[in-house]
Design a protein around this ligand. Structure first.
Ligand SMILES: *[C@@H]1O[C@H](CO)[C@@H](O)[C@H](O)[C@H]1NC(C)=O
Ligand SMILES: *[C@@H]1O[C@H](CO)[C@@H](O)[C@H](O)[C@H]1NC(C)=O
Ligand SMILES: *[C@@H]1O[C@H](CO)[C@@H](O)[C@H](O)[C@H]1NC(C)=O
Ligand SMILES: [Zn+2]
Length: 482
């Protein structure tokens, strides 16, 4: 190929440099100062080493869902790829809600999972949603009948749900996209570029309060973009909110970007509770996985870094890779598992970037919220085992207040409790790590629903979910000023 004339290249480069909006160039005094420049309020009480776990009674059933440390898991669930678009096809795959009132049922489910006939989605102590490949339905049905296990077919053709989940926008919405300066709508699940362009747009449009910073890169090199909203008040506490750690939980980035839009576009009329907090948002912690759920496998969960040991298995569960009690219960050492913990704590660039950003920031983080789906739970630490932090009563009271606000706003019921107690132990979670850093109000929020659609929540639910979640977030903001 003929090289471009030098003058033209020079002009083009100069123009590009001059025209690129310098969204990260903040006014003096508005930079994001590193931690060592500012005294941290977190140093007051909660040094990580002093956070003693208070053991609770062991649960009778142990950890049926994910305690599979010693059980080698089957190869990752890849079905057939269609010839046309190279996407994993879930035609005929089903999701069943299974009542697990007897320990023997768990044993059966774990056995079927080891044989790679099923995988488990969301579950609590009394129910589990089980994903079943089409060619396994007959055999699993036979086993359940033989063992008198009762179940309900919740999704009878997963591909049909996937096809209906994210329909194209109508003409009015497309017109709106053209007028508003970015493409986000909350009437659709958007690709990563729409989300990132939206964040840059806000930074450019509201430079006095909004700034954007790339805090690192994913394994495949995508930006990990954090957006900050701040009125610059030096006494502000800070809140870190992330979404999309798990790729397939599309409602999570949609909800987090809704918060961003609400605060940035309406900052002047927002309550003082909201204005006097420094908000940090990372809507997509796992951008490689997120993009892969759009183009490859709708139900991908992990990041996309190949496992060290090969075995052709890809991806680490980023929410098992954080460095607080890493490698304990409810995480797998098998690179093929959907809950693979990684080769060591923070082996993944995405989890490492989040932790390095939070621990090196001068922001006075008082809350860490990480949005997931599904199940409708507000979970506080600890996750690694059935134990509670010393201030668990504060977390429980505030969690219940948040849940009440959500119920009043949208009629949706959230269960509140510690993640290990209400669900099951899972070590290496981002919430445990944040709590270990001394961030008091740390919650994992499992958004809608309770299994009717599961991960494949229709776009018509985005705004209702986001609005009720915002009502909950306002309760937290108020608490931080109490
Ligand atoms: C179902 O069971 C039959 C008989 O035991 C077996 O031959 C077949 O391989 C099983 N199907 C699957 C998908 O495991
Ligand atoms: C299942 O139920 C039937 C009829 O109620 C009973 O005869 C059978 O023993 C039960 N099987 C198991 C494995 O519990
Ligand atoms: C467990 O899950 C089921 C179905 O998803 C739900 O109806 C039930 O309320 C849950 N129980 C608890 C204790 O969260
Ligand atoms: Zn999740």
């Amino acid at each position: 190929m003929e090289p471009w004339p030098r003058v033209f290249v020079l002009l083009a480069v100069t123009a590009a440099v001059l025209c690129t909006p310098l969204v990260n160039d903040l006014e003096p005094g508005k930079e994001w100062p590193p931690r060592n420049s500012v005294k941290q309020p977190l140093d007051e009480v909660n040094e990580p080493a002093k956070l003693q776990a208070i053991p609770e009674e062991e649960t009778a059933t142990g950890d049926p869902i994910n305690d599979n440390l010693d059980i080698p898991e089957p190869e990752a669930q890849i079905l057939t790829k269609t010839a046309f678009d190279d996407k994993v096809d879930y035609t005929g795959a089903q999701v069943w809600k299974v009542e697990t009132n007897k320990n023997s049922i768990w044993l059966t489910i774990m056995r079927l999972r080891r044989r790679n006939l099923i995988s488990t989605w969301a579950g609590n102590h009394s129910y589990v949603d089980v994903f079943i490949k089409p060619n396994a339905i007959e055999n699993v049905t036979r086993v359940f009948q033989r063992e008198n296990i009762s179940y309900e077919v919740v999704i009878d053709d997963l591909q049909k749900r996937i096809n209906e989940e994210n329909p194209p926008l109508d003409e009015n919405d497309i017109e709106l996209q053209d007028r508003q300066g970015h493409r986000m709508t909350w009437k659709q699940y958007h690709r990563l570029s729409d989300i990132h362009d939206f964040m840059d747009y806000l930074a450019k449009t509201y430079p006095a309060i909004v700034s954007v910073k790339t805090i690192g890169h994913s394994y495949e090199g995508r930006d990990l973009k954090v957006l900050r909203i701040s009125n610059g008040n030096p006494t502000n506490k800070a809140v870190f909110i992330d979404g999309g750690i798990h790729a397939r939980e599309w409602i999570s980035p949609a909800t987090v970007t809704y918060f961003i839009n609400q605060f940035a576009e309406n900052f002047d009329v927002e309550s003082d509770d909201i204005k006097n907090i420094d908000w940090y948002f990372l809507p997509v912690v796992n951008p490689d996985g997120y993009e892969y759920t759009h183009v490859g496998d709708r139900l991908w969960r992990k990041n996309r870094k190949p496992g060290v040991l090969g075995r052709n298995c890809i991806g680490t569960d980023l929410n098992r890779n954080f460095g607080y009690r890493w490698g304990g219960k409810g995480a797998s050492s098998n690179p093929c598992s959907d809950i693979f913990r990684g080769s060591r704590a923070f082996s993944e660039p995405e989890s490492r970037a989040v932790s390095e950003f939070i621990s090196s920031s001068a922001a006075k983080f008082s809350a860490y919220l990480t949005y997931h789906s599904y199940g409708q739970y507000l979970l506080y630490p600890w996750g690694y085992d059935n134990a509670l932090p010393p201030d668990h009563r504060d977390l429980d009271v505030v969690g219940k207040n948040i849940a009440q606000a959500i119920r009043q706003a949208g009629g949706t019921t959230y269960q509140v409790g510690s993640s290990s107690g209400l669900l099951y132990p899972a070590s290496g979670g981002s919430d445990d790590w944040a709590k270990g850093q001394g961030i008091k109000y740390t919650y994992t929020i499992e958004l809608r629903d309770t299994g009717r659609y599961g991960f494949v929540l229709p776009t018509t639910q985005i705004i209702p979910v986001a609005q009720e979640s915002l009502a909950g977030l306002r309760v937290l903001a108020k608490q931080l000023h109490a």
